[in-house]
Design a protein. Structure first.
Length: 314
């Protein structure tokens, strides 16, 4: 039986990936420090013979190396996902992104594990305006410490793969939405309107516009790319070639909640927070050439995610 370790496996994307791996018959070890992950995301797997959960911080080198023993593949999904927090704590992305990734690939080297699948981010591209970015876009100039940590982690993985005979699959995610997410614009809008449906406060002026991909399709893309791409280092955008602006997301959420005539209070800046890239468009031709494309458009992914959050927050 194939055995995989999933870092951040109690989190939003990680737990959906764990569901899919276990359903395929893979033995799974999850390492998560539960700083943002939730054990309830994995409750349905507790006690299964092919599943093990280890509460572990990736900065704990010795126990990380032990946890990896006997694994064939590492799915490195863990990260500190609150992008804006880097402006207040400059070490948080260094430790939870760059240093954690170094510990992961070094523990792989010591365990002679040859395959790593990494959850990177569109944040590595920085502020690209409305130009669709492909995987060979450059120079890469992140505008957040989160984006910088993702870019550094990509470089570490590439260096380890070429130096120590490993293979890597790096996926630059668009905005991923769906059940179990506890932050982000769709969840925030549903949560705010649950608290107070008299108005909706929006960070920024609402013109921010990005591609949104549902988490189920994100996991589909990751597993498809892992199974079908065979280079030493495989790099892919994972998203959609459409995009949704924040004003439209507000309208979708308001409609999904059965509300009407909700005043929307927009901010002044064209970005939601320091480090936010307000515009992003993805060039998806590389994944499409490999044979994968999403079923849902960006708007459809937002609509499905809104419905899921409404159900979760009842």
């Amino acid at each position: 039986m194939h055995k995989s370790l999933v870092t951040g496996g109690a989190g939003f994307i990680g737990s959906h990936l764990v569901d899919r791996l276990l359903a395929s018959g893979t033995e799974v070890v999850v390492c998560d420090n539960l700083s943002t992950g939730r054990l309830e995301n994995l409750a349905q797997h507790m006690g299964k013979s092919n599943f093990k959960f280890i509460k572990l911080d990736l900065l704990d080198n010795n126990n990380l190396e032990k946890a990896m023993s006997g694994c064939d593949t590492v799915f490195h999904i863990a990260a500190h996902a609150d992008v804006s927090s880097g402006a207040g704590d400059a070490r948080i992305d260094l430790e939870n992104g760059t240093l954690a990734t170094f510990n992961v690939v070094e523990a792989m080297r010591l365990n002679n594990i040859k395959a790593i699948v990494y959850a990177s981010s569109a944040s590595v591209y920085g502020d690209t305006s409305c130009t669709p970015v492909s995987e060979n876009h450059g120079p890469l100039l992140p505008v957040s410490l989160y984006g910088a940590s993702k870019l550094a982690a990509e470089a570490l993985i590439s260096g380890y793969c070429h130096t120590f005979g490993m293979r890597g699959w790096i996926f630059r995610f668009a905005n991923i939405v769906g059940s179990r997410r506890r932050q982000g614009v769709v969840y925030d809008f549903v949560h705010r309107l649950r608290q107070d449906p008299s108005h909706l406060k929006v960070l920024g002026n609402g013109t921010q516009c990005k591609p949104y991909l549902h988490v189920a399709e994100c996991v589909d893309a990751v597993l498809f790319g892992y199974q079908h791409a065979g280079e030493i280092v495989n790099l892919f955008n994972v998203g959609v070639d459409s995009a949704t602006d924040v004003r439209s997301i507000a309208a979708i959420v308001i409609q999904a909640m059965g509300l009407s005539d909700v005043p929307i209070r927009f901010g002044i800046p064209d970005r939601g927070w320091l480090g936010d890239a307000p515009q992003l468009r993805f060039d998806m031709r590389k994944m499409q050439a490999l044979g994968w494309r999403p079923r849902l458009s960006s708007d459809e992914a937002v609509r499905l995610a809104a419905s899921e959050h409404i159900t979760e927050l009842q």
